[in-house]
Design a protein around this ligand. Structure first.
Ligand SMILES: NC(=O)c1ccc[n+]([C@@H]2O[C@H](COP(=O)([O-])OP(=O)(O)OC[C@H]3O[C@@H](n4cnc5c(N)ncnc54)[C@H](OP(=O)(O)O)[C@@H]3O)[C@@H](O)[C@H]2O)c1
Length: 230
């Protein structure tokens, strides 16, 4: 007797209780193209605990997700806010930013990219930020967040190259969601700035993801599908 074929229409959202993550999860759950949707969040999956990441990935053994979205991230917390000047650089704040915005997603790549099916189209997308673009940096400031997201972008590029060797139709990208009304952006929302609702941002990001081809792999794109400079 043959085994049941593994379901291959599984979508995963990591950071599923965040502003954008929760909206992505909800939107995917109402989309008939994704009958199976699983969200991971703290404390089950904590980016600061590799064991929890490995256990979350192991819980999906044999499932072969075709879509993995990492919607985690860190800009501020009670112990630190983005720097306006180099005078405000604080090693503990910078280390936290790198741990959550760059090293954590790198560990997600380590444990979740091997789950992508070897045949057919699949997508790993991590939410980065336009301010992580070095080429686009005109305002300065936000040293830790900018540098950690720039590191994330480099990790995406590097993982995309490795992924393409074994998974020819897999796509690994960084996505800028735009300015979205969430706890992360709330202290910095200025009058006159276009701010999207999490539901609108999720819908736009999922449209961009649906249109991605392997040629986009290793790039940073915004919520309109425009490729941004590194
Ligand atoms: N909102 C914007 O305007 C904007 C603009 C550009 C880029 N982005 C990017 O979009 C992504 C999502 O941001 P958001 O606006 O939705 O922010 P958010 O509401 O603050 O969500 C961030 C998520 O990251 C999770 N997280 C933080 N530390 C974690 C850890 N150690 N382990 C596991 N999960 C952790 C949080 O988990 P808990 O729920 O447990 O706290 C939360 O679910 C981030 O990468 C952010 O940089 C957002």
């Amino acid at each position: 007797m043959q085994d049941e074929p593994a379901p291959n229409d599984l979508a995963i959202v990591i950071g599923a209780r965040g502003g954008i993550g929760a909206a992505l999860l909800e939107t995917l759950r109402t989309d008939p193209r994704w009958p199976h949707v699983i969200g991971f969040a703290r404390p089950e999956l904590n980016l600061l605990d590799e064991g929890s990441i490995a256990a979350a990935a192991a819980s999906l053994a044999g499932r072969n997700p075709r879509l993995i979205i990492d919607a985690t991230g860190h800009l501020h917390d009670p112990d630190g806010t983005p720097e306006r000047s180099w005078r405000q650089i604080d090693p503990a704040h910078m280390a936290r930013s790198f741990a959550i915005n760059a090293i954590g997603p790198a560990l997600l790549m380590k444990h979740f990219l091997p789950l992508l099916p070897r045949q057919g189209r699949s997508v790993f997308a991590t939410l980065s930020a336009r301010v992580g673009s070095i080429g686009d940096n005109r305002l300065g400031g936000w040293y830790s967040y900018r540098a950690a997201k720039a590191a994330l972008n480099q990790l995406v590029r590097t993982a995309a190259i490795e992924l393409a060797r074994s998974h020819r139709q897999a796509i690994c990208v960084a996505l800028h969601p735009g300015t979205v009304a969430t706890p992360l952006s709330a202290p910095f929302a200025k009058a006159g700035l276009t701010i999207q609702t999490p539901a609108d941002a999720a819908a736009q990001l999922l449209r961009v993801i649906a249109d991605l081809t392997p040629d986009h792999s290793g790039h940073l794109l915004d919520y309109r599908g425009e490729v941004l400079p590194w």
